[in-house]
Design a protein around this ligand. Structure first.
Ligand SMILES: [Zn+2]
Length: 133
């Protein structure tokens, strides 16, 4: 199962991410976490949690390890590259979890949520509440 986990670059809900990973590991014998590879915020907390849990970082479909982390980084520091990266995360995931920082919804996370919403189940977390889109 490929599960996307994305969110704000200025939010680090380490406890929530740990609980989500616990649930996903219980639910799926084979689990690949797909994230955006940002050096701060949610993406970074996801990557650190996966590394601490011994996830293998590769995108080889023939790899036999049960837990994987795949990060889709933008190819360049341009707006279009970030949106292309978000498209790739949405395409590569079979379900998506998005963590919004408190306050106004960040446009980058919303972009990924909208792209995923058209074809897979999406859950968003904002100000203490989960919403199933
Ligand atoms: Zn691997």
């Amino acid at each position: 199962m490929n599960v996307g986990i994305v969110g704000s670059r200025r939010y680090r809900p380490v406890g929530l991410i740990g609980r989500l990973l616990d649930q996903l590991e219980d639910a799926y014998p084979l689990l690949t976490i797909v994230s955006g590879g940002e050096p701060t915020g949610v993406d970074n907390a996801v990557a650190e949690a996966c590394r601490a849990r011994g996830y293998h970082e590769c995108s080889d479909r023939l790899c036999t390890r049960r837990r994987h982390l795949v990060e889709h980084l933008p190819t360049e520091k341009k707006r279009a590259a970030y949106f292309a990266r978000n498209t790739l995360i949405a395409k590569d995931s079979q379900e998506l979890y998005a963590f919004y920082a408190p306050g106004p919804l960040s446009p980058g996370t919303t972009d990924t949520v909208m792209k995923a919403d058209s074809h897979i189940p999406v859950w968003t977390h904002h100000e203490g509440e989960w919403v199933h889109n």
